[in-house]
Each structure stands twice: as structure tokens, then as C-alpha cells.
Design a binder for this molecule. Structure first.
Ligand code: HSE
Length: 319
């Protein structure tokens, strides 16, 4: 072998879509990370190393504890590849710590690039498992929604039992556009862990069942191209978003602005602070994004832009 190389691009993703905590996410083409992996023969156990991180959001990214390194290590171990050193170089243009699946995208692109370099073709389920393990670094526990969206593209639903990925599907999502606002407020280094710690530990069965029903109906609505129903369902989470919204700067102001400017739905993106609105068409998404940015001025700078669903890392060839 001597040395072989692989490249991949993974887009940002926005998890939960309201009631679909840890099971729904959508890949968004507004931001992406690219990864180059060089795998060389080396003695002993397989090892992955992040060699460089460049790009607009490279500052302060941890190389050793990086999700990409852990994800590639999981891939090498899971696919029984020994005696190699995998050097990972990341181009990071997804803002980290904002609820846009930045670490998940790096992990997703890294496992695809490493698999391409080695000529391996693991199933999407296995790749989701490897990339999700990498994600546990940033969240404190593994969750697979962001990595599944970045790997498969579009709107995904992922089902796990323990650490086993039972099913991951991409649902049709015709005609949907999204408006994203990213408040550039300071967030703690363990923001996702914190935003998971504020969630209720137990939920009455009736409430949980109602939330499951609403997330399942959201996927069905997407299947039928019923964007109005999707939008209503996005705003029907009674468990996670109410607990987190009080820690999200300008949440109420931004939600009001989005709905007044024509959004069909609105939700907190993953653990935030980014927020996302559903729109029909690009023009509407642009208008909503700019209203959301204005509403964010109460808490400082914000990036806002329209976005459409992105392809998955498994589909995008990078030369
Ligand atoms: N589903 C995860 C959460 C996504 O909401 O905590 C974190 O990006």
C-alpha cells in the first residue's frame, strides 16, 4: 500500500426539527467541511491523527480530542484495519458549537474519506455508527442524528438501540427551503452536554407517546410534500425545546419574526443557539432569514442565510 488517500465533503445539519430529538435531522447546503485522509503503512496498531485544521472556523479546534480522529479510529477498529497511520486534514467552514452539526460533519467526512482511501465500502449503518461514536466527545453521549444527515443527505430519520444503528433512512423533502440564523453569542465549550443536562430525566408515558407521534407524522408529512403540516409539527415539541429555549438568546423574538415574515415552521437547531425556519422557496427563505437576523440584534451579531437540503457525504465526489 505505502500511502493511499481519500477525500470527502460533508454538509452542516440541523437536528431534532422540533419533536424528533436525536432521531431527525436535515442536511443543509449553507455550510460544509472537507476532509483529506492519507493512510500509510506503519507498524503496530492502527492509529488516526488529526494533522491540520484550516478554514474560516479552524481557530481553537482541538486536534487530539477531535471527533474526526475518534471516528476514524472507530472505523479502523471496526473494519479490522491494522498496521496503518491515518493522517486527517480538515477544512472547516461550518461554525462549531452553534447547533449545526459541525463536529458531526467533520466525523462524517472523515470516515467517508478514510473508507475511500482504503477502498472499503462499509454499509451506511456502520459509517453512521463510527461517526456517531466520534460525536460522543462533543455531546458527552453518542447521538446519530447529525452524522446520519451529513452522511445520507436531506431529511433523515435514524433509529438506534443502545449503540446499534437499527435503521437510517432519507425521507423525500421536495420543495422545502430553510432559513438559518446563527447567533454569534458566546457558548460554553461543553454546550451540547449542558443543553442535554437541562432536559427532563423522565417523561410521563402519555407525553412521550404524543411526541413520538408528532415526530413520526412530521416524516410522513415530508413524504407527502405537505410543508404546512411539517411546519406545524416542527413547533409541536413539548419536551426538549421548551426546556432549552430559555437558554437560547433571542429565541422568542426570532421565532416571532420568522412566523410574521411567512415561515411555515420554526425550531431550535439541535442544541442551539442556531434556529431554523421552514419556507416554501428561496425568496421566502431569504426574507425570513433577514427578519430573523434583525430580531437577533438584541443579542449581538448573527449570521443568517437561506439554505436548501444538501446531498450526503456518501454522494459527493471530491477531487
Ligand atoms: N440531537 C442532539 C441534541 C443534537 O439535540 O442534543 C446535538 O447537536
Amino acid at each position: 500500500m505505502a500511502c493511499v488517500e481519500g477525500r470527502a465533503r460533508a454538509y452542516a445539519s440541523s437536528a431534532n426539527l422540533g419533536p424528533g430529538f436525536d432521531v431527525l435531522a436535515v442536511a443543509l447546503d449553507a455550510f460544509y467541511d472537507e476532509v483529506y485522509v492519507e493512510v500509510c503503512d506503519a507498524g503496530g496498531e492502527a492509529v488516526a491523527v488529526v494533522e491540520s485544521v484550516e478554514g474560516p472556523y479552524s481557530a481553537g479546534i482541538d486536534l487530539d480530542g477531535n471527533t474526526a480522529r475518534l471516528a476514524v479510529n472507530a472505523l479502523l477498529e471496526g473494519e479490522r484495519v491494522g498496521g496503518v497511520r491515518a493522517g486527517i486534514s480538515i477544512y472547516k467552514s461550518i461554525p462549531p458549537g452553534r447547533g449545526l452539526g459541525s463536529s458531526g460533519a467533520s466525523a462524517a467526512a472523515s470516515v467517508v474519506a478514510a473508507a475511500r482511501a482504503l477502498g472499503l465500502n462499509p454499509s451506511p449503518h456502520r459509517l453512521i455508527g463510527y461517526a456517531g461514536l466520534g460525536e460522543s466527545v462533543s455531546a458527552g453521549s453518542p447521538h446519530y442524528d447529525n452524522v446520519a444527515a451529513s452522511l445520507l443527505g436531506g431529511l433523515v430519520v435514524v433509529a438506534v438501540r443502545g449503540r446499534e444503528v437499527l435503521a437510517a433512512y432519507r425521507a423525500p423533502l421536495d420543495g422545502a427551503w430553510f432559513a438559518i440564523v446563527v447567533p454569534m453569542v458566546e457558548v460554553p465549550p461543553s454546550k451540547t452536554g449542558f443543553m442535554r443536562s437541562v432536559l427532563p430525566g423522565t417523561i410521563p408515558l402519555g407525553e412521550a407517546a404524543a411526541n413520538f407521534g408528532r415526530s413520526a407524522a412530521l416524516v410522513a408529512a415530508a413524504h407527502h410534500g405537505d410543508l404546512e403540516a411539517m411546519g406545524r409539527l416542527m413547533m409541536s415539541d413539548d419536551i426538549v425545546e421548551p426546556a432549552r429555549s430559555k437558554f437560547t438568546p433571542c429565541y422568542s423574538e426570532v421565532k416571532k419574526a420568522a412566523l410574521e415574515s411567512g415561515a411555515l415552521g420554526f425550531y431550535l437547531s439541535g442544541a442551539g443557539p442556531a434556529m431554523v425556519a421552514l419556507a416554501r422557496g428561496r425568496e421566502s427563505a431569504e426574507r425570513i432569514a433577514s427578519s430573523m437576523r434583525e430580531a437577533c440584534s438584541c443579542c449581538g451579531d448573527a449570521i443568517a442565510l437561506p439554505s436548501s437540503p444538501a446531498p450526503g457525504a456518501l454522494e459527493v465526489e471530491v477531487v
